[in-house]
Design a protein around this ligand. Sequence first.
Ligand SMILES: [Fe+2]
Length: 242
Amino acid sequence: MGQLTTPLNTPSLKHNPLYPKQVLKRWVQPQPSEISSRPLDIRKQHVRIVHQERQTSLTEKLSVAVQGLAPFTRKVTAERQKLQENLPAVAQDIPCCKATEALLEDVRQQATDYMNLLGLGAVEMSLSLVHSTSCPRLHEDSVKVRCLCTYLGEGTLFVEDRHVDRQQLQLWLGQDTGGFKLRKNALVHQANPGDVLYLKGSAYPGNAGRGAVHRSPDGASVENPRLVLRLDPASSHPCDCC
Ligand SMILES: [Fe+2]
């Protein structure tokens, strides 16, 4: 008593003519998202982007600390055991203050998490202050997994592969820019300041030609600089885009 049963003569949904084929197909086989908020998911085959949203008070403090500074990129490679020792060099272009100390502590934590996630013994950290759009084209990186964190300014733009037409390159002012073209009604995401992005690149095993597609945001300037951290495996020879 009380048990719900389906009458034997009820036609199954699969054969119900009221449901068009396309709708039924989507219902039966939903496409898993390529974007996750959990770092460990980057190991899953269908996940290409991890977007960790964070609330941070660093942005406001750092905007004062970098005021008037010329653009710079500072790269530091550190083995796991010497991370603490080598860390300060990555922020040597920023005057030492409480904001810089908080920044270094966050970079240390990000670098440690990144090495743990990928099982690395060393990491290349790159901190850049930019006054322009560093990588305006939609592209993939030729690395295994890249970590990006924009501390100040607009965050990186990223898009799921199903919204990208990799066969067609974007034309801009009649010239081939080399960037991928977005499909119609493509959904483009953007990280907020402080958010952490893991982007699976084309060098990740089994991901050749399917690296996470992303680009730098527009609008960086002298008045609105971006401060961006990039983490890569130390042994790779990554491109400088962010
Ligand atoms: Fe990139």
